[in-house]
Design a binder for this molecule. Sequence first.
Ligand SMILES: Cc1ncc(COP(=O)(O)O)c(C=O)c1O
Length: 509
Amino acid sequence: MVILSDWLAAQIDKTDAEPVYRQLLSLMQQAILSGRLAPGAKLPSSRTLAGDLGIARNTVLHVYDQLSAEGYVLSTTGSGTYVADTRPDTAAVGPRAPRATEDADAPAAPAAPAAPSSCPRGDMSVRGQRLIDEAGVSARQWGAFMPGVPDVAEFPARTWSRLQSRLWKSASHDLLTYAPGGGYRPLRRALSDYLRVARSVRCSPDQIIITTGIHQSIDLTVRLLADHGDRAWVEEPCYWGARSVLQASGIKLAPIPVDAEGLNPRDPDLRHPPRMALVTPSHQYPLGMVMSLARRRTLLEYARQHKVWIIEDDYDSEFRYGSRPLASLQGLDESDRVIYVGSLGKLLFPGLRIGYMVVPERLAATFRTAVAELYREGQLMQQAVLAEFIMDGYLTSHVRRMRTLYGERRQLLIDAVTRHFGDALPVMGDEAGLHFVLGLPESSDDREIAAAAYDAGVIVRPLASYYLGKQQRKGLLTGYACVPHENIDPAFATLARVIERHAFGKRAA
Ligand SMILES: Cc1ncc(COP(=O)(O)O)c(C=O)c1O
């Protein structure tokens, strides 16, 4: 016991900000877990230990009480305090694996194969490792020319705050609990009215499920309507985020080419109907074309015949510059094969994390139960503010104002491209949305150019990141919505220098 109190005395620092009680408790716990104090060993009396350490007896008594409450020691009135036997039951645990620190000199284990069919050897699951290896998420989410981001500085924050403070003043308990399955009812009503008018979606409030955004809507759809190993068609190229969500659920991806009319499955594709197809018919992401009516009808008919679920990702089609926004695919669907997903992230601000899905009537109750069961939805106060924001007409007027603003920025950026490159670099998919694709020469490396632009302070995304198979064309996703008018020219001048150097081999002047 002398050894224990010597060891403790050497460790305890009475000048440390951490109270002596905490230090002593933690040291005793370590001593028991490491075996320094063996099971069955008797602890010194509180009086003796307090005397040896020069601390108050009460401190030691508190520590012993806590050790006893946590099961480290057993106290028997009159006979003292003994270290409890807390060693893991080896029969239940199996043979002891070496700890990471113990085998530092051992030869390194071979790395887990990239996509093995067996169990991985490291900490990660195969699908988890793949998710991380192929992750496209960027550390920077704001600035010229970040694609897909609206101008959050233009968001009518005062209006939102006024609605929010009014709601908080009369916050009833039903706004502060978990959300009932499907989300806040008045918001679902407001969204169904909005979607009917703005997107020709056919739905009742019952068919609307509020989620945290399109990612979650896809995740929920896959969990409910597909099984591990099922196949999904995805557009080639397509949004990497949606691809990651599908793959993380064990869905096998079949990339389907797109042309000027949208998704264009070939005969071999058609001979193997997938479980689901993820499409962006109103504004192909990232190339920007619109799926023609003929292709829409063909896809719907194919889905009906082969019982394919279609996930329609309608992420930003409110922002169309030349013509009116196009009707949704869901509005044409007579066979209830379409799950329509949308988001407020691009209309209002990405951090809001409110999205919605419209599911066929016969699946509505299932989805309502599942969303509550899996994600325990909340944020009813935010949902209530949003409902009022929509019902009072602020959403429509904000979208209208932003459409004009983004349209001007888009034109400024196109002008800047033309000034620098004439028609050497094509601008593609600029009729709608928050970005366009700036085409690059086939001989260039768009990943390298995007990385060099990032280092120079400009964010663009290489088209390469959106292809699952062989990259068909080179280009940069270039967002204009979040860039103030006056920043467009200087930021593009920086990007142009990078492009000239990397794609045309020109040296900086
Ligand atoms: C095509 C597409 N779908 C979905 C999303 C993400 O939607 P959410 O933020 O609602 O999850 C994005 C984001 O950039 C996108 O580009």
